[in-house]
Design a protein around this ligand. Sequence first.
Ligand code: HEM
Ligand SMILES: CC(C)=CCC/C(C)=C/CC/C(C)=C/COP(=O)(O)OP(=O)(O)O
Length: 503
Amino acid sequence: MAGTGERRAAANTFGGTLGERRRQPIDMRSPRFTTQLTATVVATYLLFALGAMTAAASGATPLAWGHYVAAAAGWLLVAVTAVRSWLGGHDRWVTVGLAGGTLLYLGQGTAGLVGRIGGASDVGEFHLLGAVLVFATLLLSLVRHLDREVAASDGAGAEAVAGIDDEPFEGDRGGKSVDGLDGDGVESPERSGSGERVRDRVRAYAALTKPRLMWLLCLLALAGMALARIAAPTSGGGGAAAGAATANVTLHGITVVATLAGGVLAIGASGTFNHVFEHDRDRRMDRTADRPVATARVPVRRAAAFGVALAALSLVVLWTYATPLATLLTAAAIVYYSVVYTVVLKPNTRWNTAIGGGSGALPALIGWAAVTGSIGIPAIVLTALVVAWTPAHFYNLAIAYREDYAAGGYPMLPVVAGVSTTRRRTCYWLGGTLVATVLLGVVADLGVLYAVVTTVAAAVFLRSIVRQYERGTDRAAYRTFHASNAYLGAVLAAVLLEALLVG
Ligand code: HEM
Ligand SMILES: CC(C)=CCC/C(C)=C/CC/C(C)=C/COP(=O)(O)OP(=O)(O)O
């Protein structure tokens, strides 16, 4: 990741900009207003999540009353923030957005109250849509505010961005790859005895499987299974909230273990194919240059054979102990990631992450299909959640490693469109993720625990992005990447806890 300011600022081979380096830390003009605006967005989201998840269950009384009081307090906060924006002379569009949010919020509250008085016992679709609109308006206002703060601090227009040269950024593992197994820890063959050589080889093959990714993908498959337990309908594809009776799916230990084992083997196969197809470009990138195939510690043909063996074993395990649909979906996930993403999308389009994210989202469907043999609405919503989450996860890393990706010849968003555009898109995808999280709670009829856990996680994620704007460093972007993993982990853990509570 070394390189001069000049090199970093130069136009790259895609004709885009890598984003200029700042010489000064970002000097936010109004940090207190930023904090208030962030708190307003989080409070509105909490209300949205709690309201969506408790309204159906509560009928009328204490929870509903709590919702009214919280809604009124939330509205006051939005209104005060709007007035403060106006009086403080903040950007016109921020004030317009906040004023619009205040009015929308009022309309939304009135409609909800009228609906309740009219005897509605359920949270209506329009009420939910209204909440989404209010939340989106406030989030857009926050993003606009942050963009203007950075532009004003820089004094050189909105595109002057990120990456203070305060400390060289090399990632948590000294710039080494996600595998965490290849790289410095792997001995050169001539250095060691035969026992050491065997150990090195095992480590190299293990590195091919990208083990660091597995915990979250396995948690996703587990959440898919847990959702089926909570919300699979007796027939058809609707979720619990669709009014269908739930089937009370039993999770047999053998199916659960086999699905996870098949999933681990499939991820290992996908990762191995990824190493095979990318070994040339991997050599050109600091982060990946020491991967086993890139360095020829594992020959291409052997790695390919290893990948085929893992894939075959995975499909046999799933076919034998899970369901044909889960097996088919897993085969599709392997092809999607190894070929569609790695070979077709990643080197050719800036949309590689947004479209390619579908491959990593499939474990949600696989988990559900493994225990039901079908596909259900809650599993589809969880898949959509992960599709939206993926750019909010990866764009942070793409910012931190943008020079590396440019060196590898990949048209990642910060490489072709600059850092500020990427950061803005991260916020939009985060917004989509948060809305999908609430929707999942609604279609699967999840409870207060889910609403609270996911809102706290959302606050941490959002705060991390605000910090990234404030600090402008690659390290701050890397922290947001970790916050993204924590966010998805918390959402999935909350789904599992809800399933345990169901009994
Ligand atoms: C197009 C989609 C995706 C891209 C391009 C992507 C990219 C990456 C990259 C490059 C890393 C390595 C970071 C490093 O070297 O430090 C990474 C790490 C990781 N990713 Fe993703 N990712 C994607 C989707 C997913 C999905 C769907 C999941 C799980 C549901 C996931 C979970 C993880 C985890 C758990 C790590 C390891 C974090 C750590 O080292 O602590 N990723 N991702
Ligand atoms: C169930 C199943 C088979 C799922 C497989 C899909 C899968 C492994 C998804 C994860 C996506 C991912 C980690 C991409 C890494 O990006 P990258 O490959 O661009 O990262 P790199 O630059 O480190 O190679």
